[in-house]
Ligand binder design. Structure first.
Ligand SMILES: [Zn+2]
Ligand SMILES: [Zn+2]
Ligand SMILES: [Zn+2]
Length: 170
């Protein structure tokens, strides 16, 4: 064989490889993972994994939000499809800088409520007025597997520990 075979997760119906022990989209554990224990409670069987940090979670540790499993540290992370929000601001300039920084650091980004450029889910306004006055906060998402790293680099960047590299400012 050698090639990955894809099947649908019975829980969330997203595509996963047939040999997966868990679903990276919703955090449900499959039979291959039976015998796995909660990272926090080694005597309790794990029921799922946090889709952000992939910690094993027992029923008590697991927070299910919109059918996806999160640990207590990541339950507040906003997730849309397979993207997790790392940044939010009503300041468009700060948002543009954060986006440039993340792109410069090699992350794939998806933005919401940025106007008028970029990918938009809500088709937000593109007039000069809507650009200067953001009624909804601009949001930056990265793919879920990149969340932890992106968040960390962003925190360092915000605290000024990282010099902004040559970012395109055109
Ligand atoms: Zn799933
Ligand atoms: Zn987590
Ligand atoms: Zn636990």
């Amino acid at each position: 064989m050698g090639e990955d075979e894809y099947v649908k997760c019975p829980h969330c119906l997203e595509e996963i490889t047939s040999d997966s022990d868990f679903c990276p989209h919703c955090g449900v554990l499959f039979s291959g993972a039976s015998g796995q224990m909660c990272d926090l409670h080694p005597q309790r069987p794990a029921d799922g994994i946090c889709i952000i940090c992939r910690k094993l979670l027992c029923e008590e540790c697991e927070k299910i939000i919109h059918c996806r499993a999160f640990c207590s540290d990541h339950r507040a992370v906003e997730v849309q499809q397979d993207w997790a929000r790392v940044f939010q601001s009503t300041d468009i300039n700060e948002s543009e800088l954060a986006r440039s920084f993340l792109e410069g650091a090699g992350h794939k980004v998806l933005v919401q409520n940025f106007a008028p450029i970029g990918f938009m889910w809500d088709g937000g306004g593109d007039s000069a007025l809507s650009r200067s006055a953001l009624s909804k906060p601009a949001k930056i998402f990265v793919p879920i597997p990149e969340y932890l790293q992106a968040k960390e680099s962003l925190e360092e960047w915000k605290s000024g520990a990282v010099e902004t590299k040559d970012v395109d400012t055109e």
